[in-house]
Structures are given as structure tokens and as C-alpha cells.
Design a protein around this ligand. Sequence first.
Ligand SMILES: Nc1ncnc2c1ncn2[C@@H]1O[C@H](COP(=O)(O)OP(=O)(O)OP(=O)(O)O)[C@@H](O)[C@H]1O
Ligand SMILES: [Mg+2]
Length: 246
Amino acid sequence: MYRIERVKSGIKGFDDLIEGGFPRGTTVLVTGPTGSGKTTFGVQFVYSGAALYDEPGVIVTLEERASDLRREMLAFGWDLEKYERERKIAIVDGVSTVVGLPSEEQYVLEGNLNTEDFLRYIYRVVKALNAKRLVIDSIPSIAFRLKKEEEVRSVLLQLNTILLEMGVTSILTTEAPDPARGRISRYGVEEYIARGLILLDFVEREVELKRYLLIRKMRETKHSMKKYPFEITEEGIVVYPSGELY
Ligand SMILES: Nc1ncnc2c1ncn2[C@@H]1O[C@H](COP(=O)(O)OP(=O)(O)OP(=O)(O)O)[C@@H](O)[C@H]1O
Ligand SMILES: [Mg+2]
């Protein structure tokens, strides 16, 4: 019987929910409101690849500068720089030039990029590292940079084709403006393009917000539609597969 190769996410408690990991080469959209853990999820996936599974990875950061991301992630004990020196991780800084700051990064996205240049650059970095994992954080920040934001749909289609061709397992992040009312992505097209969709969100319980994770879609995978509680701990995201949301 043909068995799909699974890629371990490195997110504690999560892989058991998706038959052991993401299907290799798939593209997964991680969506949620602000502060829900999207960046952490994506970086944890790439960091774990380098640190635990001998899979190089690329982080394209379009919302915060590479230097800020490195510092933030150190709080989880993830020393990205160590793996960058070993060429197991590359961080593409897509912020500095846009905000007009000088960048001393090795991988820098120029400010006024057209779609082709953007895609080509990512392709090159993935090939340079022979990367198996990729995170792009985030889709809306690609779209904001386009001359016409309506072009986001065609950009996403192209991006998706290139990612599938490279065989890299990818996480794209986007915003969910109002998950409760079904608005789970910024442009309403991202979820159709991605082969998997994970929602990170909050529910109100008494006087506190509780985090939960929902696998809305994962092609080639049997998964439940339950909302699983998770926490962001000092070791990153931990999902509780048998936990209840009360
Ligand atoms: N070291 C830490 N230990 C525990 N929780 C943390 C730590 N660092 C951040 N957090 C929690 O994670 C949240 C931020 O997560 P993250 O940046 O991954 O979210 P996001 O969905 O990417 O947000 P944004 O919309 O701002 O991009 C913080 O608001 C905080 O609650
Ligand atoms: Mg973020």
C-alpha cells in the first residue's frame, strides 16, 4: 500500500492529531487573530527541522526584522543563529528595506519587489540550503507590498505551484479577521490554495481567554474537527490532544 511520507512538525502534542505529521511537500496555512501564535508555530516548525530532524529550513519574515525575530525566539530557547551558522536555517529579512533601515543580513528582500523577483528569491534561498521546510510570515504582508493588492490571488497561485514543485513542506501565515463568523483568512482565497488549514484562536472562559487549535483541513490525512486546547510555554507551543476547553 502506498504510504504518505510524514514530516514531524516539532509542535508538541500535534503530530498525533494528523497521522504523525504533515504530508511531505504540502503547503499549510496557519491562520488566526493577532497574538494567537502563528509566528511561533511557523518558527517552531523550521527550528525543529534543523535541531531535531536534520532538515534545513528557511524563514521568510515580512512582519518583523530578522534580528527581532531571533531575539524573541531565544525566549523559547531556540537559538536560530547557531543553525544559521551551520547553514541549516536561513532567515530572509523582508522588513528592513521596506521601513528604510539598513540591513546587515545575508538574505534581504529588496523593497520594491515584483512578484517574479519575490518568488525567484525564495526559490534561490531554498535551493541554496537544500531546504526541506519553509515558513512565510505572512501572506498579508506580501500583498501589502504589491502594487495592486488584488493581485494577491495570482501571486498565491504562483507561490503554491513553486512550493509544490520544490517539494518543500511549507507554512504560510495569514490573519483571520473573524473566525467565529467564518472569516478565516484575510483575502478569503488563501484557504483554497493551501492543502492544509490550521486555525489558532481564543475562546473566553470565565475571565480568561483560552487558546485552542483547530485543524480545518489537511489533505491526505484523517483528522478530527475538535478544538484542542494549547498553550504557549517556555518551550513553545504545546497542544493537549486529550484536553477539554473548559
Ligand atoms: N516566551 C514566551 N512564553 C510564553 N508565551 C509567550 C512567549 N512569547 C510570546 N508568548 C505568547 O505568544 C504570543 C505571541 O505569539 P505570536 O507572535 O506567535 O503570535 P502571532 O499570531 O504571530 O501574532 P501577530 O498577529 O502579532 O503576528 C504573545 O502574545 C504571548 O501571549
Ligand atoms: Mg506573527
